[in-house]
Write a protein that binds this ligand. Structure first.
Ligand code: NAD
Length: 353
């Protein structure tokens, strides 16, 4: 089993990565949690495939466990679903000495983590990410949130799990579209911090052959993320580098009402659109956007999201959490594997759209 730790000023928690880990989840959790009740939150798709085995594994290890099922999809990261989830947790009689398991993709993780951070002023939780995006990104680092009609993730907090359990085997049931969606985040890590990972992704023939290398790839991404989070837990400096492609990406998602583009697709377009322009401006090594576009094409990710009204896109960016008054921090690649932050005037983002 691969293991690494997220080291924070006042907390340290493990990330375990192993094929087949799901099969003994209850046992692994019993090693870190001594309470009685566990509420396992998942979405309807995952409940069908894994719900029974999940509850069996928890009860088999002596816990009183209840499965709470939410609708699948970004729409569940809303205030109404948050209130319903809190209701169900209270119906179960959850207390601060119990535990919540977030079993699912980024939607389940973000919503469940946000409920865990606020209900009773905080209930312990663990992340069991099941989508690639959640395994390499959203389950690590403690950002939890729901959406506001005015923008994504506007209601949220920093609330770290007790542990993260990652089983790459679970990816076998993930739809291809969501797999390449998660690959956008993997490509992001490669772009900002690992030329080696970029080469590895470029050399691989297809998503299918990458599957066999997933344990290693997930480990590399989680290592990069945990190192960055250690340097900047609260997202005021280096952690913003993880937002490469996200400023434009979030605006694209908001503009299209979260329907047309998935998160990863919007981020992919954002990375490429940004790099095309920063290369023109001489900030990025020549040829970088071409290399990114080849990689995105290979994994069926979009290169842009034109056909959008630029001033409306700008409106979405105004609410971006990386905004700083009239200024905005954008992430620029100097070359593959190295990135830096650049402050620009908000309206200047139009140049990159
Ligand atoms: N908190 C963070 O740091 C952070 C970082 C990046 C993204 N996010 C958030 O993550 C969300 C997107 O996450 P996502 O792409 O995982 O979306 P998701 O949770 O909606 O999962 C995508 C789809 O895949 C299905 N699925 C997940 N795992 C599966 C599996 N193993 N087998 C079969 N089906 C499976 C789900 O049911 C869903 O239909 C966005 O809301 C985004 O804002 C958060």
């Amino acid at each position: 089993m691969k293991e690494l730790f997220v080291e924070l000023s006042d907390k340290r928690y493990p990330i375990y990565i192993e094929k087949g880990l799901f099969g003994r989840l209850g046992k692994e959790i019993s090693a870190i949690h001594k309470g009685k009740k566990i509420a396992a939150v998942t979405d309807e798709n995952l409940a069908l495939i894994y719900g029974e085995a999940l509850i069996k594994s928890l009860t088999g290890s002596g816990f009183e466990a209840r499965l709470i099922v939410i609708k699948a999809g970004e729409q569940s990261k809303c205030i109404e679903q948050y209130l319903r989830l809190c209701d169900e947790l209270m119906d179960f009689g959850i207390t601060r000495s119990d535990l919540i398991v977030a079993f699912g993709g980024g939607v389940t993780g973000d919503l469940t983590g946000f409920a865990a951070s606020t209900l009773l002023r905080g209930i312990k939780y663990v992340q069991v990410p099941t989508s690639l995006l959640a395994q390499v990104d959203s389950s690590v680092g403690g950002k939890v949130a729901i959406d506001h009609p005015r923008g994504k993730n506007l209601l949220g907090s920093f609330y770290h799990p007790q542990a993260v359990f990652i089983d790459p085997e679970l990816l076998k049931t993930l739809e291809k579209r969501f797999f390449s969606d998660g690959l956008a985040e993997v490509i992001k890590y490669a772009c900002i911090s690992s030329r080696d990972l970029f080469e590895r992704l470029s050399e691989s023939d297809s998503s299918q052959s990458l599957i066999n290398e997933m344990e290693d790839i997930i480990y590399t991404c989680c290592r990069i993320k945990s190192e960055i989070v250690k340097r900047d837990e609260r997202d005021t400096g280096d952690r913003m580098l993880l937002n490469f492609g996200h400023t434009i990406g979030h605006a694209i998602e908001t503009y299209h009402g979260y329907e047309k583009f998935s998160h990863g697709e919007a981020v992919a377009a954002g990375m490429h659109m940004m790099t095309l322009k920063t290369e023109e401006e001489g900030l990025t090594q020549k040829g970088t956007s071409e290399r990114i576009s080849k990689l995105l094409n290979k994994y069926s990710l979009p290169l842009n999201a034109a056909a959008a009204d630029k001033s409306e896109l700008l409106g979405s960016i105004a609410l971006d959490k990386k905004s700083d008054g009239d200024e905005l921090n954008i992430v620029v690649l100097s070359e593959i594997g190295n990135a830096f932050l650049k402050k620009i005037k908000k309206e200047d983002i139009l140049r990159y759209l």
